[in-house]
Structure formats: C-alpha cells, structure tokens
Ligand binder design. Structure first.
Ligand SMILES: [Zn+2]
Length: 491
C-alpha cells in the first residue's frame, strides 16, 4: 500500500507539468493542520444560493456573510466528479477519492476498483503523528464519514462499517448512528455503562462495537453536555440514526454541527497538528427531495460551520482549510420562465413575456420552517378522512409559507402513481412531487432526484492552498491532499 502511494506520489512529482516544482515547494507549503469541509451534494448553484441570501435576504446573517467572505478570499479550483468508469458519482466513491486519491466505483468505501484498500488522509495523518477526526451531521456509518475511517465493499454494510470504525485510528468521531454501534444482544446492552433506553440495534451480527470502542479507551458521549466534558479519544453518537435536519438542529440535546466542530478543534489541537473532515451532509438530502427551502437552511448550517472553522484558521494560520462538495445533487438552479409575474417588463424577441425571477424568492425560501419531506410524511400519517387537498394546502402553508392551490393538491392526491427514472428513491418522491408544483412560481428548476456530473468548486485557504487551483478529477484532489500531508515527512 505504501509502495502504491509512493508510486502515485512519484508519478505526480515527475509526470505532471503543473507539479514540476513540487519537491522543493511542497515541503515549504506543508500545513500543520488540515481541515476538509465537505458539503455533500453541494455544487456551484447551491453555493450561489448562499450568495443570493447574502445579496437579497431581508434577514442577513453574519455567518452567511462570513461564508461568502471565506469563498471570496480563497483560492478556487474545480473537480470533475467522475468515477473510474462512470459519468456520475456517489458520496462513497467521491469521499474515497477525496480522502485517498483512489480510483473507485460508486458505492465503494475506501477501496479501489479492484477492491484493494486505499490509504486515506486519516491513516496518513496518524502515521505522521498527527491527530485525526471525522464529523458529520448525518450518521457516522454513512458514506462520507465512513470513507474517511474504514474500507468496505459497499456503503450499505453499515453494521460492518460501525464495527470497523470502532477499530479505526480516529481520535474524534462525532455524528449520529448509535443503532449501528449498539449490540443486538440485550444482555450485552445491559453491560454497557449507560442505559440504552428505547434505542434498538440495527445490527444483524453478534458484534458489540460500543464495548469494543470503550475497551480501546474511547469516551462514548451521547449529548451536548457529555461532549463538552469529553477528552480524547471520543466517540460521539448523538442520534439513533440520523441527526436532525437544519430546521431541527440541536433537538434532544444534540450538539449542532458547529458545536461538534468547535469541540473537536479544541480536542485535536496539539504540537504535531491534526487532520479533520467535517461533512455538512444534509445538503444532499434536501437536493434528493428537491426542497429549496430545506436546501437554504442546510446552506445556513454550513455557513455557521465555516464561520467557526475560519475563526480557528485565523487564530492558527498554519492551518489549511479546504471546502468542497463531493458531487451535485438535484440539478438545482434558478431559471427564467415564460410565466409572467406581476409587473413583468421583459419580453422575448417574439413578444412573449419573460419572468427572470424576483429576488424576493429568497425571502420566501427563508420563511420555511419545515422540510417538504416532513410535511409529506406527517400528511401521509393522518387518518384517511383528514387527508384532504385543503389539509395538505394548510400544512404546506404552515411549514413553508408557500401557496399550494387546492386544484394542484387535488391533482397530486388523485393522480396516477408517479414514476421517473431520475427519482429512484421512494421516500423522496412525495417531496419532489410537491416541489414540482411549488417551485416554478419561485423560478426554481430541479432536473433530477439523484446526482449530476456538475463540476464542483474547491475553496482553499492557508499553507498549500495553491496546490488546489485548476481543474482536476475528484481523485486528483485526494492525490494532492496526501502529497501535501506527506511532504511533512521531508521537512
Ligand atoms: Zn446523495
């Protein structure tokens, strides 16, 4: 494995014109700390939504301003999210590429297309005597954090991923996913140093990742208060499965993404430096659901995270911060329509009216307090006699301030089963169908319920940032990251 990485490094050093000066320049650029922020499903249009909020919202936020300033002050690159043989990527392979520079295929976790494990940034950091952490606002066993911690054939093998994470070299692991770490055996649960309550295990085997982690010295914490007191190494499991969405962040004593990160930075800081990956993972879920109000809320969560990390970077200028996405989700964007709005003054050369989108749409999105997925789920759970078009309109209005017409609601509820090859996930379809009725009035267009091959921006600040300028394949990001970290060996 080491030989493979060395070979890649030598190839990179010798074979690429743009890297011709690496041996001497890299060592002087090697950062002490490296923080990688991944906005899952975050392409250029998602980033532009945050910029639109900064420009047009009646309720400007200091954290969004800091986010746009961070982007504005960074060196910018672009990665093209192809896999080895496919046009579209998923979070497992993309995170494998970003963390290791490995050539993989969709759904593989930390392994290459030949199923061989790929050395990742966490493993390199530990070899270099650095500390390492992984944080997500989804669950620890989900594709992105898993690909920074373990090697697994398929992202769906979450009980195996939990077991491997409990054996991983990570000093800090913070997210949801308790049910995958909890043993299936009730007697083994009883032997744990805390009450399990109503949490049921998702495990199909007899392994006990929690006891294993405790035996390896991890402090297992399950809420904000326990996290504030924990020391290294720490395993934080703050939700049975997924952590709350941005509308419910901090529910049930869950720490926020920014709070988890702030605590991790305090714990990880040391004279040898650290590597930290933080994922804002629900940007992707809002994209799958075609829910622009939820998407904006998730971008605000990311902005708050970036503000925390940027403050740390300013206080520790020997820190490299890289922010990127793994792929784009939903084919999201604003688009002009031929549906005139009040006061429209634009006309095409053929004389038809054009609606270029009122900036007040940002304020409409800003008023959302629930996801369309939550609204759909709650509506579906009502007794049959209450599931009326009028009730659906009321629930949409209460949760989003958007007006769904009774006629549209009738069509939605009485229409034939809706199918599209670009919407393969049943649990997102109700939300996407609602969005299809609501978003044209906001000049919002979605093209899919899955991922796209849109090129993804990279924002880099700190020592070594210039290595991420230019256009690269996603795996080349990982190559450059590892080469920069390994350069520490030569300093
Ligand atoms: Zn996704």
């Amino acid at each position: 494995m080491r030989l493979r990485r060395l070979t890649i490094l030598l190839l990179c050093l010798c074979g690429c014109a743009s890297r011709a000066t690496l041996p001497s320049s890299l060592s002087s650029l090697a950062p002490k700390n490296v923080i990688v922020i991944i906005g899952d499903g975050m392409g250029p249009q998602q980033i532009a939504l945050a910029f639109a909020h900064e420009r047009f919202s009646r309720h400007r936020q200091e954290t969004i301003k800091k986010f746009t300033q961070f982007c504005d002050s960074s060196l910018v690159g672009l990665h093209i999210p192809f896999t080895e043989k496919h046009l579209v990527n998923d979070s497992a392979c993309a995170a494998t590429q970003l963390s290791s520079g490995c050539g993989c295929e969709p759904q593989q976790v930390g392994i290459d297309a030949h199923s061989l494990p790929c050395e990742n940034a966490v493993e390199v950091a530990k070899k270099l005597g650095m500390r390492a952490g992984a944080i997500s606002d989804t669950r620890l066993t989900h594709a992105t954090p898993a690909s920074f911690g373990v090697h697994e054939e398929h992202r769906s093998m979450e009980d195996s991923i939990a077991w491997k994470l409990s054996n991983s070299p990570l000093d800090v692991m913070l997210s949801g996913g308790l049910s995958y770490f909890l043993p299936r055996d009730a007697a083994a649960q009883g032997a744990l140093p805390f009450a399990v309550g109503s949490v049921t295990s998702e495990r199909r085997d007899s392994l006990n990742p929690l006891s294993n982690a405790l035996g390896r010295g991890y402090h297992v914490v399950r809420d904000k208060r326990e996290l504030s007191r924990a020391s290294l190494p720490v395993l934080g499991l703050f939700a049975t499965k997924n952590m709350g969405d941005a509308f419910h962040e901090g529910r049930d004593r869950e720490p926020t993404l920014a709070e988890m990160t702030q605590r991790a930075l305090t714990l990880l800081e040391n004279p040898n430096g650290f590597f930290l990956m933080v994922e804002a993972g629900q940007i992707d879920w809002a994209g799958h659901a075609n829910d622009a109000g939820w998407l904006l809320a998730e971008m605000k969560r990311l902005a708050t995270l970036v503000a925390v990390i940027e403050r740390f970077r300013q206080e520790h200028p020997d820190t490299l911060v890289l922010m990127t996405g793994d792929h784009e989700t939903g084919g999201f964007g604003f688009s002009y329509t031929g549906e005139p709005s009040d006061g429209v003054t634009f006309k095409s050369s053929e004389g038809s009216k054009l609606n270029f989108g009122a900036s007040d749409v940002i304020n409409t999105l800003d008023a959302s307090s629930r996801s369309l997925s939550d609204i759909s789920r709650e509506f579906a759970a009502l007794p049959a006699e209450q599931r009326t078009p009028e009730k659906l309109c009321e629930m949409v209005r209460d949760g989003t301030r958007l007006e769904l017409s009774v006629e549209s609601a009738k069509t939605l509820l009485s229409g034939p089963e809706w199918r599209s090859v670009f919407y393969p996930y049943p649990h997102y379809i109700a939300s996407a169908r609602l969005a299809a009725l609501l978003t044209p009035q906001m000049n919002i267009a979605w093209s899919t319920g899955t991922h796209t091959s849109t090129p993804i921006p990279i924002f880099a600040r700190g020592p070594g940032a210039e290595r991420f300028r230019g256009v690269m394949n996603t795996r080349e990001f990982g190559d450059r990251l590892l080469a920069l970290m390994q350069a520490r060996e030569r300093t």
